[in-house]
Ligand binder design. Structure first.
Ligand code: GRF
Length: 198
């Protein structure tokens, strides 16, 4: 990363893309000192691909079903990220465990957002389970080979109130995600810039 230049960020997503939009928006308004270089999507037809087109962000959709192994699938993604000199990767609703091909290349430079206060409720349906069980909130963490197990970089608790429905609770969790993810990525960028300078 070169201090003074915008960090080249890739976003990986499988779905709706509200976090993708939050990152694009933060990059546009300057609160995130990054350029979203590319969207990587593993689901043909996912809504996030339309969001990328709207934001003018190039996208690469790679279907894992077209490959015999995860390593081959990830190698295509890795080649693309490297060709764009991507420096940081944000997993924003990317619904797969990342394998060693991508992890080794982006060790310490791949972040994930998860809709619970980890270590509570890793894995799927975290939002529903935290609505039922408490510990509502959002976590941003470094990605490792486990399921939502990497070191935590930032968290925001979200209380469930007596009036809450799952929908109203989920809406506040998503709002918290859209605030936390860009702000944690910005802190990582600032930290990396400091390290470059020292
Ligand atoms: C978010 O809740 C994120 O925490 C989880 O997947 C969801 C993606 O939502 N990993 P969106 O596609 O960003 O709207």
């Amino acid at each position: 990363m070169n201090p003074g230049e915008k960090t080249r960020l890739a976003v990986m997503s499988s779905g709706t893309g509200t976090n993708f939009v939050a990152l694009c928006s933060a990059a546009k308004n300057g609160s995130l000192d990054a350029r979203v270089e590319v969207l990587i999507c593993d689901k043909p037809g996912a809504a996030v691909l339309e969001r990328a087109a709207e934001w003018g962000v190039p996208s690469l959709c790679v279907n894992p079903r077209d490959f015999a192994t995860k390593a081959e699938y990830e190698q295509i993604i890795l080649n693309h990220l490297q060709s764009l000199n991507v420096e940081l990767v944000a997993l924003a609703g990317y619904m797969r465990i990342v394998g060693p091909t991508l992890l080794d290349a982006f060790a310490g430079r791949m972040l994930n957002i998860h809709p619970s206060l980890l270590p509570h409720f890793p894995g799927i349906n975290a939002l529903e389970r935290s609505y039922e069980g408490g510990h509502g909130g959002v976590t941003v963490h470094l990605v490792d080979s486990g399921l939502d197990t990497g070191p935590t970089l930032g968290q925001s608790p979200v209380e469930r109130t007596e009036e809450d429905t799952l929908d109203s609770f989920a809406a506040r969790v998503h709002t918290a995600e859209h605030q936390l993810f860009p702000s944690v990525i910005q802190k990582v960028i600032e930290q990396q810039n400091r390290e470059e300078l020292s």
